[in-house]
Design a binder for this molecule. Structure first.
Ligand code: 13P
Length: 250
C-alpha cells in the first residue's frame, strides 16, 4: 500500500443474510470502527434490500455503505432493477459494478459495466469496477491481456480516483480458498495501474483492490504490496471478527 492512497476494505455480502443478522453485523463493525475513521476506509455492501437498513445502522460512525450492482439507466421500465440514484437515496456512497458473478450470470459485457459505472458517477456514487481472468485464461497465459481489456472497456472516460476504484478479482480465487501468488497479484495490479495512468493522464491515484479468498490470515501480505490499495472481501466479510481482522491488517 502506498501512503498517498487511503486503503479501502469493502465487504461484499452477496446474497446472504436477513435484516436481523445484517444489522447485527453492521453494528458490530461500526462499534469496532468507532467514530473516527480507522487507518483505512471500511465499506459494507449488503443486498440491495438491506442498503437503507444497514446505512441507518452505521450512520453515526465511520463505516460507509455500497450497493452490489445498479442499472445503467436512471429510471424506466426495468422490472426488478435498481438505479444508482435509488442506492444513493437509500444511503449508499459506493456501488460495485461488473462483479464476475454478474458478468457470468447476467451476461454483462464490458460495455454494460462501463454504462453502469457512468450511471453511478451520475448519481454521485463511487463505482467499484471489478475485473479478473478465469482459470483457463490464466493457464493460457492470458491473464494480463484479459484484465487490461476489461479495464479499457469497463472504466469510463473521465473516471477519476475520486469517482472510481478498480477491483482485481481473479475468478478462480473467488470463494475457493485459493489465491494467486504475491508475485502474480503484484504483476496484475502493476499492469492495471499502468493502464489507468496511461489513459487518465498520468494519474496514479486510483485505488486498486484485490479480491478473492481474502482472510484475516492472508490479508497482511497481500495488503503490503505497493499497488494493492485494499481488499474486496466476500465470504470473510460475513463474520464481523474475521472481517475486522482484515481491516486491522491495513
Ligand atoms: P471471497 O472473498 O468469498 O472469495 O469473494 C470475493 C468476492 O467475490 C468479493 O466480491
Amino acid at each position: 500500500m502506498a501512503s498517498s492512497r487511503r486503503p479501502l476494505i469493502a465487504g461484499n455480502w452477496k446474497m446472504n443474510g436477513l435484516r436481523q443478522d445484517g444489522v447485527a453485523r453492521a453494528k458490530d463493525l461500526a462499534a469496532r470502527a468507532g467514530k473516527a475513521a480507522p487507518k483505512c476506509e471500511v465499506i459494507l455492501c449488503p443486498p440491495a434490500i438491506l442498503v437503507q437498513t444497514v446505512a441507518e445502522a452505521v450512520k453515526d460512525g465511520s463505516v460507509a455503505v455500497g450497493g452490489q450492482d445498479c442499472h445503467a439507466k436512471a429510471s424506466g421500465a426495468h422490472t426488478g432493477d435498481i438505479s444508482a440514484a435509488m442506492l444513493a437515496d437509500a444511503g449508499a456512497r459506493y456501488v460495485i459494478v461488473g462483479h464476475s458473478e454478474r458478468r457470468a450470470a447476467h451476461h454483462e459485457s464490458d460495455g454494460d459495466v462501463r454504462a453502469k459505472a457512468q450511471a453511478a458517477h451520475g448519481a454521485g456514487l463511487v463505482a467499484i469496477v471489478c475485473v479478473g481472468e478465469s482459470e483457463a485464461q490464466r493457464d493460457a497465459g492470458q491473464a494480463l491481456p484479459v484484465v487490461e481489456a476489461q479495464v479499457a472497456g469497463s472504466v469510463p472516460d473521465g473516471a477519476t480516483p475520486k469517482t472510481t476504484v478498480v477491483a482485481y478479482e481473479p475468478i478462480w480465487a473467488i470463494g475457493t480458498g485459493r489465491t494467486p501468488t504475491i508475485e502474480q497479484i503484484a504483476e496484475v495490479h502493476g499492469a492495471i495501474r499502468k493502464a489507468l495512468a496511461k489513459r487518465h493522464g498520468g494519474e496514479t491515484g486510483f485505488r486498486i483492490l484485490y479480491g478473492g479468498s481474502v482472510k484475516a490470515s492472508n490479508a497482511k501480505s497481500i495488503l503490503a504490496l505497493d499497488d494493492v490499495d485494499g481488499a474486496l472481501v466476500g465470504g470473510a466479510s460475513l463474520d464481523a471478527a474475521e472481517f475486522w481482522g482484515i481491516v486491522e491488517s491495513c
